[in-house]
Design a protein. Structure first.
Length: 98
């Protein structure tokens, strides 16, 4: 079942969970992904500056796929705001009139 990823911590949790499910140590998965064991440890801890290329190599080594999907309008507040823009001038005028 696909997992919703909203942060680097979500990616890290998915990788760690898969590694544990496969019964691999950090050193074993590091060797498969051609990264260092400390990098695996830092990534699994949620390192916010993890290089995307290395994350992709790790996911490949763990036989995990990443997918991109468009959000529907009901879940995407950003798109909804763009369709109903806020008139900041009017808001400021109302505030000043109080």
């Amino acid at each position: 079942m696909p997992a919703q990823i909203n942060s680097i911590r979500d990616l890290a949790a998915a990788a760690r969970g898969r590694r544990l499910k496969l019964g691999l140590s950090q050193a074993e998965v590091a060797s498969r992904a051609r990264v260092s064991r400390p990098w695996i440890s830092e990534f699994e801890a949620g390192k916010p500056t993890a290089e995307l290329g290395l994350v992709l190599r790790l996911f490949d080594a763990l036989a995990l796929d990443l997918a991109i999907a468009e959000r529907d309008d009901a879940r995407d507040g950003h798109q909804a705001r763009e369709r109903n823009p806020v008139d900041l001038d009017a808001l400021l005028a109302d505030y000043r009139a109080q």
